[in-house]
Design a protein around this ligand. Structure first.
Ligand code: ZN
Length: 68
C-alpha cells in the first residue's frame, strides 16, 4: 500500500477574495460583494452578489456600504 501523501501547500492569500456567484453576469467571480439581501419566509435567505466589474457597470452599492 502506497501511502505517500504530500501535504497541500499552504496558500498565501494576503487579501481574502470572496468567490461567489455574480447575479449580474450569471457566473462565478472573485471579489463578489453582497448587494442585496432577500428576506425569505422560510429556509435560508437569499443574497444577491455582484462582482467588481458588474458593480461598476451597474453602479451597485454593496449592502455593507449602503446608507441606512
Ligand atoms: Zn459580474
Amino acid at each position: 500500500m502506497d501511502e505517500t501523501r504530500t501535504p497541500a501547500p499552504a496558500e498565501d492569500s494576503p487579501a481574502p477574495v470572496a468567490y461567489g456567484w455574480c447575479s449580474w453576469h450569471d457566473g462565478y467571480a472573485g471579489g463578489v460583494r453582497l448587494i442585496q439581501v432577500h428576506e425569505q419566509g422560510s429556509g435560508a435567505g437569499g443574497g444577491v452578489f455582484a462582482c467588481g466589474p458588474c458593480r461598476e457597470t451597474h453602479k451597485l452599492v454593496p449592502f455593507a456600504d449602503q446608507p441606512l
